[in-house]
Write a protein that binds this ligand. Structure first.
Ligand SMILES: O=c1[nH]cnc2c1ncn2[C@H]1C[C@H](O)[C@@H](CO)O1
Ligand SMILES: [Zn+2]
Length: 403
């Protein structure tokens, strides 16, 4: 694939600015890059060893036994079970992480380990989401759940900084779209906005549960000038994205990958052949047409929280090489790169970046661009975002780019 700097320069929206010498992007080099993660589920990133240990303590029944009942065996089970081609089946695996996250101690531990794992992966800023309503089986209140997770995040940040890997982590409170607690959860997101919570989200099975069912929650967030994202355009198409933006007023889209359904390559939907469509962008031909929703998302710089490995597992994309993220990046959408569920997808930010580099030709400039996009789109105050961009992200990419 031709270098992307051509397009970036022509749109004036290229934080990398100009061409740089090609740098060999090995796994280790990518791991050492500063990364920003906006879409990562706390209950989708539990260490398998932690699931095993807590299950042993609490009696939670796991789906592995005998020789498979090891951290490795359990990790493998999650990846296999999530690799189903269906979002609904993928989500069924969460019963075994949520099931061991029902006490303050367990939530604290999982949250702290999450921060340490992200810091080891080179993440310098992360928004970690979870649904407080799913952690009440042990008798905790919603507030106790939030406070236990917050305490774990703060301890993780301290430990990571002491080890020379500073990271800033904020929580996003998720409400489950099939349930009816979204107004309560939005209320809590507002109440804890200066105490570790940066925003609100809805998640869960998409088909049959349009985001407009939760309008009161979104109205509550807007009334208080608070931020929210909505899982939309993952297992369901354009109507879900349209509602999330035009009815609910989402600041960002969780996944949003189906926006390609509103892009055409000649007479064909670009979704049929995203690789050819990406090539059509870079060869300068004018065969690509954006529908009005696709144009709106690009024109208004709606951040897309894209999660390639997760999408391949749930059937929202055919492969990493054919994932629409590369087409959307070439078209200069406000693309961000994310893990979604590190445990279920056996992934990490390093893995997501490495796969794009090796399978679709992403460059160091692309990685810097996607990282800056994510930092710009974070639900963190503007001045704090700028400090991370200027003092933490830019210097590393600049040194590497100059090599
Ligand atoms: O990719 C996803 N789409 C919709 N819902 C999801 C996805 N990944 C995780 N979830 C659900 C399952 C979790 O239990 C919940 C809160 O993190 O969010
Ligand atoms: Zn998600």
């Amino acid at each position: 694939m031709p270098p992307t700097t051509q397009i970036a320069a022509s749109t004036g929206d290229d934080p990398a600015g100009g061409a740089a010498a090609p740098v060999e992007l090995t796994w280790e080099r990518i791991r050492s890059l500063p990364k920003v993660l906006l879409h990562d589920h706390l209950d989708g990133g539990v260490r398998p060893a932690t699931v095993l240990e807590i299950a042993d303590e609490t009696g939670h029944e796991l789906p592995v036994s005998g020789d498979e009942r090891t951290a490795e065996g359990l990790g493998e089970w999650f990846r296999r079970a999530a690799d189903s081609g269906s979002l609904e089946r993928y989500l069924e695996t969460f019963v075994h992480t949520v099931g061991v996250m029902q006490t303050a101690q367990a939530l604290h531990r999982v949250a702290k380990e999450c921060v340490l794992d992200l810091a080891a992966d080179g993440v310098v800023y992360a928004e970690s989401r979870y649904a407080p309503e799913q952690h009440l089986e042990g008798g905790l209140s919603l507030e106790e759940v939030i406070e236990a997770v917050n305490a774990g995040f703060r301890d993780g940040e301290r430990e990571a900084a002491a080890a020379g890997r500073p990271i800033v982590v904020r929580a996003l409170l998720t409400a489950m779209r099939h349930a009816a607690r979204s107004a309560e959860i939005a209320e809590l997101a507002v109440r804890y906005r200066d105490h570790g919570v940066a925003g609100f989200d809805i998640a869960g099975a998409e088909a049959g549960f349009p985001p407009s069912r939760h309008l009161d929650a979104f109205d509550r967030m807007k009334a208080d000038n608070a931020h929210f994202t909505i899982h939309a355009g993952e297992a369901f198409g354009l109507p879900s994205i349209w509602e999330a933006l035009q009815v609910c007023g989402a600041d960002r889209l969780g996944h949003g990958v189906r926006i390609v359904d509103d892009i055409a390559l000649g007479e064909q939907p670009a979704a049929d052949d995203p690789v050819a469509a990406a090539a059509a962008v870079t060869d300068g031909s004018d065969r690509l047409r954006l529908g009005s929703l696709a144009a709106f998302v690009r024109d208004t710089r709606v951040p897309l929280e894209m999660c390639p490995h997760s999408n391949v597992q749930t059937g929202a994309a055919r492969s990493i090489a054919e994932h629409p993220i590369t087409l959307l990046a070439r078209l200069r959408y406000r693309v961000t790169l994310n893990t979604d569920n590190r445990l279920m997808s056996g992934t990490s930010m390093t893995q997501e970046m490495y796969a794009l580099v090796t399978e679709t030709g992403w460059t160091l400039q692309d990685l810097r661009w996607v990282t800056t996009n994510a930092m710009k789109s974070a639900f963190l105050p503007f001045d704090e975002r700028m400090v991370l961009i200027e003092d933490v992200i830019k210097p590393v990419y600049e040194v590497l780019g100059a090599q």
